[in-house]
Write a protein that binds this ligand. Structure first.
Ligand code: C5P
Length: 407
C-alpha cells in the first residue's frame, strides 16, 4: 500500500519534447494503484499520440473543450473536480503563463482554473525560456497560489543547450505527487484537548444572575489553535459573544456546576486548559420564581462556594489528563500568586496574567503572560491572545510528546 493507492490524478500533458516522459509517469502512478485521467493539449499530440496515453491510462484521453460526447459522459469541470490532484507534465512556458493569469481557452487551462485541488507542475522548456523574467514572474505567482513546482532539472537539453529546463524525472514527479497527497501529521492529531472559557452565570432567581467581565477571547483562541494543530477539541463555554471556533465541539453551559459536569463528561483527555473565569461562589438560596420587590425589604443572598473545576480535575485519581493547565487572573504580585496557585490546585502549569484595570487584558485582544511550571517561570512579551494561544498550544504539544514518550 502506498499513499497513492485508491487515488485519482488528472494528468495534463503539455506540448514539449519531455511529453514522452509523461508516459513513464503514467506507468509509475498506475503501478502504485493510482488511477490516471489524461488531458492532452493540441501541441502535446505533436509529441506523443493519444493512443499511447489511452493505452497506458486505460482510459479515454480528453483533448477538446467542446466535445459533446465528453460533456455528456463527464463534463470538463467534473473531470478536474473528481481528481484528488492535478499534475501538469510537461508544463510549458505557455501553460505556466496561462495558469498564472487565469486564462481558460482550452480544456487543459479550463480544468486547471476549475479545480480546488492540489496542483503539481513539472516545467520543461528551453533554458532561456525558463530563465526569462516573464516565466520567473509566472512561477513566482504560481508558488504564491500554493501550486507546487517540481524541477526543472539542470542538464543537457534536446535543443542542444545546457542549463535548467529539463523536466524532472517521472520518479521525482511521482514522489512530489505522493507527498502532496499525504496528509501532514499535525502535532496534536489523535489527541483530545478540553478547554473551558468565558464567565459563569450563577442564578439569583430565573431572571437575575451573578457573573463577571470575562470575554472568553483567550479560551476561544486556544480552541482555534488546538483545532489547527489537529486536536479533537472540546470547548466548554460560559455565555460569551464570540463566533464559534470552526472544528471545535462547543458545549454551552451557564453555571460552575454545569461547567464541572460537562468537563467530567469529556474525560479522558490528553490536555485540559481551564481558561474560564469561574465564579467562586453561587447563591445558596436561588429562588425558583422571580424575587418580587417587597415593600423595600432587601433580599439576603446566602452564598456557598462553587466547586473548583481546575482543582477537582487536576487532583483526580482516575482519568486525570496528562497535562492540566490553569489560568490566574491577578491584579498584583502576579508570579508569586501564580506559583502558590500551581501548588494549591495540583496542576502542571499556570498561565498568569495581570488583569488590573490599566492592562486592558479583560475584554482586550492582547495579553502578557507569565508561564509558571514546577521547573520555573517564563515571561512572554505582550502579544495578541491568538499568538499566546498558538505559542502555548505548541509548548503543550511538545510537553505532551515528551511525557508520552517517557510513559
Ligand atoms: O483560584 P482562581 O479562581 O484564581 O483560579 C483560577 C484558575 O482556576 C483558572 O484556571 C480557572 O479557570 C480555574 N477555576 C476553576 N473553578 C473555579 C475557580 C477557578 O476551574 N471554581
Amino acid at each position: 500500500m502506498t499513499n497513492l493507492s485508491g487515488k485519482s490524478v488528472l494528468l495534463i500533458i503539455g506540448g514539449g519534447i519531455a511529453a514522452y516522459k509523461s508516459l513513464e509517469l503514467i506507468r509509475l502512478l498506475r503501478g502504485k494503484g493510482c488511477a490516471v485521467n489524461a488531458i492532452m493539449t493540441r501541441a502535446a499530440e505533436e509529441f506523443v499520440t493519444p493512443l499511447s496515453v489511452a493505452c497506458l491510462t486505460g482510459r479515454k484521453v480528453h483533448n477538446a473543450l467542446f466535445n459533446l460526447t465528453d460533456e455528456i459522459e463527464m463534463g470538463h469541470i467534473e473531470l478536474s473536480r473528481s481528481a484528488d490532484l492535478l499534475v501538469v507534465a510537461p508544463a510549458t512556458a505557455d501553460l505556466l503563463a496561462k495558469m498564472a493569469t487565469g486564462q481558460a481557452d482550452d480544456l487543459a487551462s479550463t480544468a486547471l482554473l476549475a479545480t480546488d485541488k492540489a496542483v503539481v507542475v513539472a516545467p520543461a522548456m528551453n533554458v532561456r525560456m525558463w530563465t526569462h523574467a516573464a516565466t520567473q514572474r509566472n512561477v513566482e505567482t504560481l508558488r504564491r497560489d500554493a501550486i507546487q513546482i517540481v524541477g526543472p532539472n539542470e542538464g543537457e537539453m534536446a535543443c542542444g543547450e545546457f542549463g535548467p529546463g529539463r523536466m524532472a524525472e517521472p520518479i521525482e514527479i511521482a514522489a512530489a505527487i505522493e507527498a502532496a497527497l499525504t496528509p501532514a501529521v499535525l502535532p496534536l492529531s489523535g489527541k483530545k484537548v478540553l478547554i473551558t472559557a468565558g464567565p459563569t452565570r450563577e442564578p439569583i432567581d430565573p431572571v437575575r444572575f451573578i457573573s463577571n467581565h470575562s470575554s472568553g477571547k483567550q479560551g476561544y483562541a486556544l480552541a482555534e489553535a488546538a483545532v489547527a494543530m489537529g486536536a479533537e477539541t472540546v470547548l466548554v463555554s460560559g455565555p460569551v459573544n464570540l463566533p464559534l471556533p470552526p472544528g471545535a465541539q462547543v458545549m454551552p453551559v451557564e453555571s460552575a456546576e454545569q461547567m464541572l459536569k460537562a468537563c467530567e463528561g469529556e474525560l479522558p483527555c490528553d490536555i485540559a486548559i481551564f481558561a474560564a473565569a469561574v465564579a467562586d461562589w453561587r447563591v445558596a438560596n436561588a429562588a425558583a420564581e422571580k424575587i418580587k420587590k417587597d415593600n423595600g425589604r432587601i433580599p439576603a443572598l446566602a452564598m456557598v462556594e462553587n466547586p473548583d473545576i481546575l482543582k477537582t480535575i487536576a487532583q483526580r485519581k482516575d482519568k486525570r489528563p496528562a497535562i492540566v493547565v490553569g489560568f490566574a487572573a491577578e491584579t498584583e504580585r502576579v508570579a508569586e500568586h501564580a506559583r502558590e496557585k500551581l501548588a494549591r490546585k495540583g496542576c502542571d502549569m499556570i498561565i498568569a496574567n495581570d488583569v488590573s484595570a490599566t492592562t486592558g487584558v479583560f475584554g482586550g485582544d492582547n495579553n502578557k503572560v507569565h508561564v509558571i511550571t514546577p521547573l520555573g517561570a517564563e515571561i512572554w512579551p505582550e502579544m495578541s491572545k491568538r499568538d499566546v494561544a498558538r505559542k502555548l498550544m505548541e509548548k503543550l504539544a511538545h510537553e505532551l510528546a515528551i511525557r508520552q514518550a517517557k510513559s
